[in-house]
Design a protein around this ligand. Structure first.
Ligand SMILES: [Ca+2]
Ligand SMILES: [Ca+2]
Length: 231
């Protein structure tokens, strides 16, 4: 049988223009300070006028090249993005947004952030004065050390009188030093008779909430209230 169907010719073409608009430049909110290897959390938000899902491209070090790109997300809703810097320094964070059709914004204005080296505690110089022993507790890092618990203990010799002292420094700023002291009572200081050999050992130790610890030993000649020849 002969096919009876007949097709009409195509209609005249109709041009449909799909207008796409880029998102607006993202706002970026974040801290001005951070610590090496700890998460930095920024909040970004851009709106696409067409309601297209958007993704964020982040330049974490201000060199103009994208370091990380998020998944596509709902437009006009704040999102947080996390990054940890491995090196201390000053950085500028910039973010741009791109809709799912590839239209993207300019870079946002820069967000400056200073990344500090972590806290690092150590024991400095140990000195004596009459019936006292002094020790320097140092934070040679840049970030603060918190709840620094220190102890001075005299080991060896005869265990009499005061031979231990301890305390807490609630915050030891980066680059700072605090002197802590063991003071004998009116009878004396934890005695190792100065003429005994080996001389008593003074141990200074410190820990802090950041999980750090430091310790240092010195020997001293101690006779009742007098401490000398600390080394
Ligand atoms: Ca769009
Ligand atoms: Ca970069």
């Amino acid at each position: 049988m002969k096919d009876q169907s007949v097709e009409s010719p195509f209609s005249d073409p109709v041009t449909i223009t799909i207008v796409n608009n880029p998102p607006n430049v993202p706002t970026v909110i974040g801290p001005s300070q951070g610590i090496v290897n700890e998460d930095v959390n920024i909040t970004v938000n851009a709106n696409d006028p067409d309601g297209h899902p958007i993704r964020y491209k982040v330049d974490w070090n201000g060199d103009g090249s994208v370091d990380s790109t998020t998944l596509y997300m709902e437009s006009g809703v704040p999102h947080s993005i996390i990054h940890a810097y491995t090196t201390a320094g000053d950085y500028t964070i910039r973010v741009k947004a791109q809709d799912e059709w590839g239209l993207e914004t300019d870079w946002s204005s820069g967000l400056a952030i200073h990344i500090s080296s972590p806290a690092n505690i150590s024991i400095g110089t140990i000195t004596s004065e009459k019936n006292q022993i002094h020790a320097e507790i140092k934070n040679v890092g840049e970030a603060s050390a918190t709840n620094v618990q220190w102890q001075i203990q005299i080991n060896g010799g005869l265990k009499l009188f005061v031979n231990i002292s301890n305390g807490t420094i609630s915050e030891l700023n980066g680059g700072s030093t605090q002197v802590v002291t063991l003071t004998g009572n009116k009878y004396g200081i934890g005695i190792g008779l100065g003429l005994l050999s080996p001389n008593p050992i003074i141990t200074i130790s410190a820990t802090c909430d950041e999980g750090l610890s430091a310790a240092k030993n010195a020997t001293a000649m101690i006779f009742f209230k007098r401490v000398w020849n600390v080394q």
